[in-house]
Design a protein around this ligand. Sequence first.
Ligand code: NAD
Ligand code: USQ
Length: 393
Amino acid sequence: MEIAILGGDGYCGWATALYLSARGHNVTIVDSFVRRLWDYELGVQTLTPIRSLKDRLRTWHNLTGRTITLHVGDLSDYDFVASMLRSVEPEAVVHFAEQRSAPYSMIDRKHAVATQLNNVRGTLNLLFALREGHPDCHLVKLGTMGEYGTPNIDIEEGYLTIEHNGRTDTLPFPKQPGSFYHLSKVHDSHNIMFACRIWGLRATDLNQGVVYGTMTDEISLDETLINRFDYDEIFGTVLNRFCVEAALGQPLTVYGRGTQTRGFLDIRDTVRCVELACMNPARRGEFRVFNQFTEQFSIRELADLIQQLGTKLGLEVTIDSLPNPRVEAEEHYYSAKHSKLVDLGLTPHVLSESLLDSMIAIAVRYRGRIDPSLFLPRVNWREVRNSRCHFAP
Ligand code: NAD
Ligand code: USQ
C-alpha cells in the first residue's frame, strides 16, 4: 500500500514507518520536527540519543534497500497538506502528528491553546484536503483511551447503545477527558465523525492506551535507528519513567494512591494495530473506533512490578506516593472493551519481566544522559496559569 505516516519522526510514528516499510509498503513520512522544538523549549531530551531523521532514513535505506520518502511541513498549513497528498496519493494516511502530552497542555493558557490549535487545526486541514481530492483514502487517526475518562460503566469501542424513555439508539460513547490535550482528541473525533457522515470519508479512530517500550525488530537493526524513550515529567509516560527512575536508584513517582487504572500496550503492538487498521479499511462514510490497548494495570501494580524486578537485578527501588498533580479519579471502576483489533488478528505482547528487564537495561546503558531533576512533577492541574509560565528547570 501507499501509506503516509504523519508524525513519523515521533515515538510511535517512527516505529510504525519502519515496520510498514519492512513489510513492503511504500511509506512517506510527514513531520514538522516541532516535537524536537518542544524538547528544546522544555530543556528535556529523550533518554536515547535519537539521530536526525535524514540520518535515520539513510541508514534504513543502506540496511534494507528500502526508501522512505520525507515531506517536511506543518499540518497547520493547508497548502502543504494538500500538495503533500497530491504528490503521495496515499491509500491510507496514518495521523500521529499532534501535541500528545497532557502535562504540556496544562502548563498554562498558552500551552493549552497551542495544543488545541495544533491538533484540531491539523486534523481539520487533513479532512478538507482528503475531501478535496482523495475521498477514498482511509484516515487512520490516533485517538486516546483518555477520551472516555473513567466512567462507572464498561467502556465500549466508540459507541454505546442506549435505551431512553422507551426508545433505543446507538450513540457515541460519552467522553470525560482529563486534560486540554485529551480534550483535543475528543474534538478531533467529533470532527472526523462529522466529515465521514457529510462527505462520505472513511476513518478509523484508534483510541490508544499508554504505550511502553522502545524496541521493535526494525529499530534494533542499528543504533542509528534508535527510537525515543521519554522519561521527563511532561513527555515521559509512566512505565518508561518508572524504568528510568529504577535504573538510577531514584524513588518511583507514583501520583496519589496509584490506584488509578489505565490501558497499556507494547510499542510492538502499536505498529501491528496500525497495520491491521490499514489492511482492513473502514467503508466509505464509516467512522470506526477501535480501543487500542492490550492489558490494564493500576499505577501501583506497575510500580510494584518494577520494584520486584529491580530487587532481583540488585537495584534498590523505593516507591514514593506523591501528592497527585493531576485532577483524576484514583478509586474508580475500569473495564474497557478491546476486542476489535484482536478480531482482526492482533496477538498481543503481554507485559513480561524480560521486556521490563530490557527497558531497565536501556536506561542503565544511557544513564549518563539522565537528568534526575526531570522526575518530579511540576505541572499542577489545579494551578494552570493564565499568564505565561516561565517553565524553566
Ligand atoms: P511524539 O511527540 O513522539 O510524535 C509526534 C510527532 O508529530 C512529532 O515528531 C512531531 O514533530 C509531529 N507533529 C506534531 N504536530 C505536528 C504538526 N502540526 N505538523 C507536522 N508534524 C507534527 O508522539 P507519540 O508518542 O509518537 O504519539 C503519536 C500519536 O499517538 C499522538 O497523536 C498521540 O496522541 C497518540 N498516542 C500516543 C500514546 C503514547 O503513549 N505515546 C498513547 C496514546 C495515543
Ligand atoms: N503517573 C504517575 N506517575 C508518573 C507519571 C504518571 O503516577 O510519574 C500516572 C498519571 O497520574 C496517570 C497515569 O500515570 O494516572 C498515566 O499517565 P501518563 O503520563 O503515562 O499518560 P497520559 O498522561 O495519560 O498520556 C499518555 C500519552 C498520551 C496518550 C495517553 C493514553 O502521553 O499521548 O493519549 O497516554 S491514555 O492514558 O489512555 O489516555
